[in-house]
Design a protein around this ligand. Structure first.
Ligand code: NAD
Ligand code: DAU
Length: 353
């Protein structure tokens, strides 16, 4: 019987992970601490209503008293820390909240766990911090993929705030022998992803017959991983990873953005021929400032040490993602609120909204 604190478990990856954990480790109790920002959605957890093994606790990871009280009230022995501000474009508009949540929030959690776990007997505690490949910076076309030894070179306020959090986590292991683990993952996609990120945004725009904006020439490259593969790796690292270590996680599926969007639209047209020629919606718009050109990750370390590799290939993952969005129109309708439309207006201008 373990008690695990999951932060950010009402967001995209966090909610997928909570569902995965309830299936894979039903004997564990999950305390889900989430501020329910625009990206956090209790509807993502609706299937767990009445489940005594899942306790949704609305609240801020940067609220010291709240976090300390969770550790004093519950025998938490594991933390999986997803909570963060996560959208690069929003970090360019307003970096302050990224520093507060991603850096101060992570610090607050680390401190609460460090004090709570001092001298604990019994189950060995573990603190898994979920990070991103963006901390490593950007690659050129011929560069080898990032490894766990690649020096950090974050380029956006989002990436810099995640790098700051990673450094704090690292320092707690070295200074206090606090049992940390870090994973750095590539671009996720799948059910419950908020439609500001490329894949769900393209789906949402295409279903409404609205423009699909591509930054720059669409040549930037990302490595895509289906969220379920990520969840599997997170549980494996939590249970079997070596404290103090970092593990890169990726899908081994690099694609230039324009190619990815064309593939996604083709698959959508196959499923919904009534939508017409969706390629016509592609619209080139000014580039993201400081846009990282390419991310790619070596996953040799986790593959060699823990035997993990991604199982869902891109086309299959995109089909599963499309099926989910097509069968949850009410979810999509509700998240496309007034605040969402205001954000689109500010980011892209009237033509896209
Ligand atoms: P998301 O934006 O969908 O969800 C973030 C969640 O954190 C939301 O539920 C939000 O309400 C919550 N949150 C925000 N501020 C909070 C605060 N102060 N206190 C408590 N909760 C707060 O994010 P995501 O895409 O699911 O990403 C989850 C984690 O994975 C993040 O740490 C992100 O950096 C990392 N990551 C994401 C990707 C990706 O492709 N999405 C890739 C690699 C790593
Ligand atoms: O690499 C992991 C990261 O992936 C995570 O750490 C971040 O939390 C997550 O948001 C994601 O960051 P990206 O910036 O790569 O994802 P995004 O979906 O915003 O954009 C993917 C690519 O598509 C990127 O090159 C920018 C481009 N893009 C994005 C949007 C929203 C467009 O061309 N048009 C768009 O409208």
């Amino acid at each position: 019987m373990s008690m695990v604190l999951v932060t950010g478990g009402a967001g995209f990856i966090g909610a997928n992970f909570v569902h995965y954990l309830r299936r894979e480790r039903p004997e564990w109790t999950v305390i889900n601490l989430d501020l329910l920002t625009y990206a956090g959605n209790p509807e993502n957890l609706a299937a767990l209503e009445g489940d005594p093994g899942h306790i949704l606790t609305p609240g801020d990871i940067a609220d010291r008293d709240l976090v300390a009280s969770l550790f004093s009230r519950h025998p938490i022995t594991k933390v999986v820390h997803f909570a963060a501000e996560t959208h690069v474009d929003r970090s360019i508009m307003d970096p302050g909240v990224f520093v507060r949540t991603n850096v101060l929030g992570t610090y607050t959690l680390l401190e609460a766990a460090r004090h709570a776990w001092q001298g604990v007997q019994g189950e060995e505690p573990r603190f898994l911090h979920i990070s991103t490949d963006e901390v490593y910076g950007s690659l050129g076309p011929q560069d080898p993929p990032f490894t766990e030894k690649t020096p950090y070179a974050p380029n956006s306020p989002y990436a810099a705030s995640k790098a700051g959090a990673d450094f704090l986590v690292r320092s707690y292991f070295h200074t206090y022998q606090f049992p940390t683990l870090i994973t750095n993952c590539s671009n996720n996609y799948g059910p419950f992803q908020f439609p500001e990120k490329l894949i769900p945004f393209v789906i949402s725009q295409a279903l409404e017959g609205k423009p699909v904006p591509i930054y720059g020439a669409g040549t930037n490259i990302r490595d895509w991983i289906f969220v379920e593969d990520h969840c599997r790796a997170v549980l494996l690292v939590l249970e079997k990873g070596r404290p103090g270590e970092t593990y890169n996680l990726g899908g081994r599926q690099e694609k230039p953005n324009l190619e990815l969007v064309r593939l996604l639209l083709r698959l959508l047209m196959e499923m919904r021929p009534d939508l017409g020629n969706l390629e016509e919606l592609i619209t080139f718009v000014p580039d993201r400032p400081g846009h990282d050109w390419r991310y790619a990750l070596s996953i040799d370390k986790i593959e060699g040490e823990l035997g993990w590799r991604p199982q869902v290939d891109l086309e299959e993952g995109l089909k599963r993602t499309l099926s989910w969005y097509l069968s949850h129109p009410e979810w999509l309708e509700r998240v496309r609120s007034g605040a969402y439309r205001d954000y689109l207006q500010q980011q892209y201008g009237a033509a896209v909204v």
